[in-house]
Design a protein around this ligand. Structure first.
Ligand code: ZN
Length: 174
């Protein structure tokens, strides 16, 4: 089992961590699972109404749900919510009791479970990746970064022709 980040998704994690350097923050992973490899194509930011504190962080659910649908709709392949990440203070790279509850919720959404990453700055950026199986068992897994490691079909946007067909279908169903 391993995780592959697209260049864009990994950059989004770095950007979000940098913007909120003084507090916790996090985000959600949009992608898919093929043969035990988790492909993270997009990392969705946590939203303007998230709660950012030094030892606490909560997603803006309305915003993330909205953005997940918007971003997923750009891609040819059906991307799904496959996991999440958040920053921890200092070098703490294990989950809290609250994290267990959140991870359990995400793991229950898919048969394969979910992935959950922790980011630490101690003092350099460090990401620890876990697989969460239902109900809440953790396994540390390896990750890599690079569009060149991702099947091309997962990175493709829908074409104008594809939208034309979707529009026609929707209009004919009215
Ligand atoms: Zn946490």
């Amino acid at each position: 089992m391993e995780v592959v980040f697209s260049d864009r998704a990994y950059t989004a994690i770095l950007a979000e961590t940098t913007e909120k350097i003084k507090t916790e923050t996090g985000g959600l992973f949009l992608g898919t699972v093929i043969d035990e490899t988790y492909y993270v194509i997009e990392a969705i930011d946590p939203g303007i109404n998230s709660i950012f504190q030094v030892y606490y962080f909560e997603y803006d659910q309305k915003y993330t749900e909205h953005l997940i649908n918007k971003i997923a709709n750009l891609y040819q392949f059906k991307l799904e919510l496959i996991g999440l990440w958040h920053r921890h203070p200092g070098s703490l790279d294990t989950f809290s009791g609250t994290d267990d509850k959140t991870n359990t919720k995400y793991a229950a959404m898919r048969e394969q479970g979910a992935i959950s990453a922790l980011v630490n700055i101690d003092p350099e950026f460090r990401l620890t990746m876990y697989h969460v199986s239902s109900p809440c068992e953790y396994q540390k897994i390896h990750y890599e970064v690079g569009d060149n490691l991702i099947p091309e079909v997962l990175l493709k946007y829908k074409s104008p022709l594809r939208y034309k067909r979707i529009m026609e279908k929707m209009l004919s169903e009215e």
